[in-house]
Design a protein. Sequence first.
Length: 174
Amino acid sequence: MDAPNALIELRQLSAANAEVFSSLRRELTADNPIPMGLTLEEELSRSLDGFREQLAYPAPNAVFGVFCDGVLAGTAAVAWQSKFASSRHKVLLWGTFVSPRFRRRGFARRLVVRAIEHARAQGARRINLMMYLPNDAAAQLCRSLGFSTYGVEPEAVCLDGAYFDAALMSLRLD
């Protein structure tokens, strides 16, 4: 758990957080590229301006971050992928990850719950996600929050010549 005096803050990120967001993603990709779905070389090729743009997507899209003593420890985001009313009932949960230095503190659960609450408050009916496999801890977390698997995409990503499947999961917000 957290140190007794650790300051924990969960808040929505903005374009101003692009550097720490990029740094966290690079740390995670260097540790294990499978959950990120891209190689470290690919992650390093992403520009800071691209992250600023991503973090500034218009509402109701949102990226949430948890900070531990001022350090970005993890993130989770929701995105509405369509501007059309026929598809506005569903959102994509993406970018859910926690630094290896801050795992096993409940941060991922807090972030995903916050993303779910945000989606629900914005009128979403369903949250979908894609998770590269293997990722047992994330799968267990998602199942514990009510997500169910509705499919598997074989060979969803190829990292350094090795193929990895992706689980497709969904949660109905009632």
